[in-house]
Ligand binder design. Sequence first.
Ligand code: FE2
Length: 434
Amino acid sequence: MKHDDSGSREVHKSLCSAWILSMWSIRVTRALATMLGNIRRVLRMVKPSKMMTSASGQTEKRAHCTSIQLLHDCLVVNHEEQQMHVSYVWLRDHCCDSYNSVTHQRSLDTAAIDLAIRPQSASVEEDRLVITWPGGHVSSYSFKWLTENSYQEVKRKTVQPRILWNKDVYENANIASAKWDTFMKSDDELKTFLQNYLLYGIAFVDDVPATVEATEAVSQRVSLIRETTYGKMWCFTSDLSRGDTAYTNMALDRHTDTSYFHEPCGIQVFHCLKHEGTGGRTLLVDGFYAAEKLRERSPENFELLTRVPIRHEYIEVSETHKNHISSMGPVLSVYPWNREVYQIRYNNYDRAAINTIPHELVQRWYAAHRQLTTELCRPENELWVKLTPGMVIFIDNWRVLHGREAFTGLRQLCGCYLTRDDVLSVARGFGLKA
Ligand SMILES: [Fe+2]
């Protein structure tokens, strides 16, 4: 019996092992089949990218391919050696049919898209991604457009190319000033002027008649004038007619204007119509150059100045003017996706009481602000210019700080502010990257 029992146990063991083995084989076979199916599915979506014609006229095939893969929550696109993850709801929202081609406005009700939408099918057709959605709607996107509008691509690109400068860099660049006669008539001259302005944050027009009217005309040649509490065109001497240090003959330290506006004025225009006396040179400092030096030398101080909002204000109480303007903003503003600086607010005159920084950060904020001030005040970063009648300067007030040497005698200055959005719009109209 003992022998018989052990024999039946052996048989039972063998049967169990055979069953386990067969189940395992079935599972492995199924897994392999699924894997092969997926590989075939991906391969079906892989198409060589378009044929390219070389400079010699020979047609050559690009080494890389375009492939797509449908995942549960997004589409993975491999194109031109770059991988992009594209959300399905984003793809549906950006279907070309969602735009009115005449108005260049979105015509689709984004809120009507099912947030859990998934394509019924997707394929690569030549250089385009074609998606069929549930319900039969078909969307098509060029891979070039998808790449240009991918987060990865935008993240590594500069929004506005610039040449950062100190005194030597700017002077060695030998930028020619525009000339009034041609500037007022020639679009090429205006385009060159705008390109210089975008790259350096300052640009000049020479030979302008020394009048308020001509200054207004040359400003309007660039864009719209922004009217503020100082009027549309302002003209001042050291008569303290307004409650601002600018209306004295005292020196003015480097600063940006109208930091107390939620949107500080974009462009500052100055024209010295008359000066019978000494001093009065204009100081210019590239704030972005100083900010980048700060980022290089102390990234944590740079980051702190981008994160902490502070208040600026302008209070004026007189017979003729009553103003209390106040706004909040960090000293350095950066685009969140690429950390590119797009605005500096630096005005020690108009900085209000600091009450927006918790105690444990105040000391660190002052240290960071001091280090930025040190960079802004380095003599090698200061460009001094003597403005003379006929010479009109345009200053990017979101980038370049200005100041003034003390002066004697009668000095009459006129100018205005331009709206930044409109200046950039004019530049884009010329095909410039702005
Ligand atoms: Fe100013």
